[in-house]
Ligand binder design. Sequence first.
Ligand code: HEC
Length: 144
Amino acid sequence: MATTQKPRLALRRAIAIAAVGIAGNAFAHGDVTPQAVDVTSLKPLGDEWLESNPYRGDQEAIRVGTSAFNQNCARCHGIGAVSGGIAPDLRYLPVEDEGDEIFIMRIRNGATRNGRVYMPPFEGILQQEAMWAIRAYLETVHVE
Ligand code: HEC
């Protein structure tokens, strides 16, 4: 399975990708430094936002999504999506379309309450392809 990638390897890759150059505005969210995700190996999705995951069960998307999750989400949601308690444990997101809807709404918009950013929005930072790849990965670690 693609879930065995070592965090250190993912980190080295993140640094390599960052060195190639990511948009300056990617650093606009204070302490959050999103990492660019290479989605060239995935089927392009176009500009329309999809409501369900076109990559569900796709091995390559799961591989890309594992690394993208570790680079962009794990610092709050935990390595392997096992939450340390600060942010929700994403292993419990419902499977299939129900979870897809919650997922895409939240990753695009983030979560802000009373002017405090609990989770930054990723729309305009991660490509739609990267988002659904992360979702494909999350479904592989789902627990009931
Ligand atoms: C800065 C910390 C932080 C980062 C980085 C972050 N999140 Fe979150 N996320 C949160 C918090 C906190 C919440 C809960 C928000 C709330 O209660 O309103 C949350 C909620 C969610 C939810 C909704 C969970 C539910 O049960 O309703 C999803 C899905 C999610 N995050 C996915 C992601 C993904 C995917 C990434 C990476 C691209 C990510 N998050 C990055 C902190 C973060």
